[in-house]
Design a binder for this molecule. Structure first.
Ligand code: ZN
Ligand code: ZN
Length: 177
């Protein structure tokens, strides 16, 4: 899990540096993106690979920028060497949302098209296939908090909850639960 943090920081730094060199982003307070909290999606999220979440009560049509953002969540499986380019593109895409452009309209598309490696967008389909092929069989659950994570293998008492330090318990996996 520590590796995840290191990887998230690397991706974030790379993307912010890249954005600061693109003319179209000069009008935005790019440095504020460093304050955006990065979290993780569920392991079995096949269609959604990244999301920008807003604070409760923020008007959908009046999002102003990073202060409205609760977190950007990435799929945990993009945090690997193999999916690095896709992870960087996803972060870029969500950072544009975080700057206050919440829909996928013309302005968003114009900014999104400035990513120096446009082919990275196409990795979404491959990643979708990759996640869909994983055979989730077990849900590891913490008995004292809400934490749970879906896996193909049993935990067998080998893993602890990061917040409670309690052993995670195996339950049969149900998709969508
Ligand atoms: Zn989007
Ligand atoms: Zn816990």
């Amino acid at each position: 899990m520590l590796e995840n943090r290191v990887m998230i920081d690397e991706i974030s730094q790379f993307v912010i540096e890249t954005m600061s060199e693109i003319d179209e982003f000069r009008v935005f307070p790019i440095h504020e993106l460093r304050n955006v909290k990065i979290g993780l999606l569920r392991m079995d999220s096949t269609r959604k690979h990244a999301v920008c979440r807003y604070h409760r009560g923020v008007d959908k049509n009046a999002r102003n920028g990073t202060k409205d953002v609760r977190s950007i969540d990435l799929h945990p499986l993009v945090l690997s060497e193999k999916w690095g380019s896709y992870a960087r593109y996803l972060m870029f895409h969500e950072y544009i949302h975080a700057l206050g452009i919440s829909n996928h309209g013309a302005r968003f598309k114009r900014l999104d098209s400035t990513w120096p490696r446009p082919e990275d967008k196409n990795l979404g389909l491959d990643f979708h296939r990759f996640v869909s092929r994983i055979n989730f069989k077990w849900t590891w659950k913490c008995q004292s908090c809400e934490f749970s994570t879906n896996r193909s293998k049993r935990s067998n008492g080998r893993y602890l909850c990061r917040s409670c330090n309690r052993v995670l318990v195996d339950f049969p996996y149900h998709s969508g639960s």
